[in-house]
Ligand binder design. Structure first.
Ligand SMILES: Cc1cc2nc3c(=O)[nH]c(=O)nc-3n(C[C@H](O)[C@H](O)[C@H](O)COP(=O)(O)OP(=O)(O)OC[C@H]3O[C@@H](n4cnc5c(N)ncnc54)[C@H](O)[C@@H]3O)c2cc1C
Length: 437
């Protein structure tokens, strides 16, 4: 465990943040700006979880309407982020294109776009000819009905953005414990009073749980039963292709694709692997509807427990991806699936040499939107977790809102549809007693 000088369990913090992903680090940054004394506890290093492993899409397009106001506010924040943080994060506002390969998809896009107009969004529908004009490298053979396009969307470099928030937070005086798990939240008379790191108690009257896949277990310890699950998703990066330029993020029917600053292409097939665990039965019934609505979202892998044992030994390191104790192994067949689709739509990209393949574990909730806000049954406990595979773009604004809530302000954006209270009926009341007595 590495701690910054001067941190001692006897000290009291205004806010303890569990997890050094984009949500935790941005919350810490904005909270420090509001004058709060903040401590981040991260089990590995900042950005080692999903926040350093994702595709880097920053989009409003296609969002669930419960989180669209948050996504719109986030985009405004992204536009000034590099200046605000004093660091480059690879931000490029190049738009987001989602292809429609059939009439059913075109109708779905038209429906979403007409509703999004009420939010003032610049999303437009493109005909097939307009789509080809926008993306001249699309294969003539690709079956295409049109596309949806949002010019104000963009992309950024995930690991760099998370580290930028982390460094800027530390510059503002945020304290940090790295390489150590929060093992338990401390309750006194039903109120949150701090966190246990190994056998030491760190005290604060407000604690934010933004621990990604680690959140569910911690919350069960204080009687809040968040039905959180994990999907292992795979990403591939090609060698730089200097002759090709792509400013937009693109979604083919199954594959998401963008170019990075060095000219390499980064892509991922939608969905991932659901690795069966010994306690997989726990939330199975909550996901029946989710699985019906998103049949391609996850393939069940019954060898999960074995894979977990192998992962920590086999997952190979990649220079710019922070290692995680989760040791998630990429599923190489997903890369081949993506390349097959690229061959149909953008053949030049399918043949580019792959430089790196990695995996990240998505923290999913049954209704596929995050929980954000106070847990009123547990005064002092704040949640921002369960971003269900699309929290990178939302992350900075989610952090700004959580910092405000921690400081006693109300949310500047409507997040009522993301309230933790939508799951509080699941709470295991028998466990409501304080773990520390
Ligand atoms: C392959 C992939 C592609 C994606 N693509 C996109 C995309 O293009 N656009 C987009 O918007 N989103 C995308 N996402 C989703 C996005 O990455 C996440 O929603 C977002 O990063 C969540 O941030 P977070 O801070 O909540 O969680 P994380 O980044 O997972 O951070 C949580 C942190 O908590 C730490 N932690 C866990 N338990 C404990 C504990 N007990 N004590 C201390 N620390 C703990 C972990 O080590 C981790 O660093 C993608 C995700 C994946 C995996």
């Amino acid at each position: 465990m590495r701690t910054r000088q001067g941190i001692g369990p006897s000290q009291k913090w205004d806010l303890i943040v569990i997890g050094g992903g984009i949500v935790g680090c941005s919350t810490a940054f904005y909270a420090a700006r509001l004058g709060l004394r903040v401590l981040i506890v991260e089990r590995d290093t900042p950005g080692s979880g999903q926040s350093g492993r994702n595709l880097g899409f920053v989009r409003q397009q296609g969002r669930d309407f419960r989180e669209l106001p948050l996504a719109i506010a986030a985009l405004r924040l992204w536009n000034d982020l590099e200046e605000d943080l004093g660091r480059k994060v690879g931000w490029l506002r190049g738009g987001n294109v989602v292809l429609a390969a059939n009439d059913r998809e075109t109708a779905r896009q038209a429906d979403w776009q007409s509703k999004a107009k009420d939010f003032g969004l610049d999303t437009i529908l493109l005909t097939s000819a307009q789509t080809r004009e926008k993306l001249p490298f699309l294969s003539d053979k690709a079956s295409l009905c049109g596309a949806m396009f949002t010019a104000s969307d963009g992309r950024a470099e995930p690991g760099r953005t998370t580290r930028a928030f982390f460094e800027a937070a530390v510059e503002l005086g945020v304290s940090v414990i790295l390489g150590a798990h929060v093992t338990q939240l401390e309750l006194q008379a039903g109120n949150v009073h701090g966190v246990w790191v190994n056998d030491k108690l760190y005290r604060a009257d407000r604690v934010l749980c933004s621990a990604g896949t680690g959140s569910g277990k911690l919350l069960r310890g204080v009687g809040y039963n968040l039905p959180q699950e994990r999907i292992r998703a795979t990403v591939a990066r090609t060698l730089p292709a200097p002759g090709l330029t792509l400013t937009s993020c693109i979604s083919l029917p199954f594959t998401g694709l963008r170019q990075d600053e060095k000219g390499a292409f980064i892509f991922s097939v939608a969905g991932g692997e659901y690795d069966v665990r010994f306690d997989s039965w726990r939330y199975l019934h909550h996901y029946r509807e989710t699985r019906r609505a998103n049949p391609d979202a996850a393939r069940v892998n019954y060898f999960g427990p074995i894979l977990r044992f192998m992962s920590s030994r086999i997952a190979s390191p990649i220079a710019d991806i922070a290692p995680s104790s989760e040791g998630a192994r990429p599923a190489h067949y997903r890369v081949r699936q993506a390349q097959d689709e690229l061959r149909q739509f953008v053949p030049q990209l399918a043949e580019l040499a792959i430089e790196a393949v990695w995996a990240g574990v998505i923290d999913a909730l049954p209704d596929v939107v995050p929980v954000m806000g106070h847990v009123y049954e547990r005064p002092g406990l704040l949640l921002a977790t369960g971003f269900s595979g699309h929290g990178f773009g939302l992350g900075p604004m989610a952090g700004k809102i959580m910092a405000g809530l921690a400081a006693g302000h109300s949310a500047s954006v409507d997040i009522s549809g993301l309230s933790p209270s939508r799951f509080s009926h699941l709470s295991v009341t028998a466990r409501l007693a304080s773990p520390a007595g």
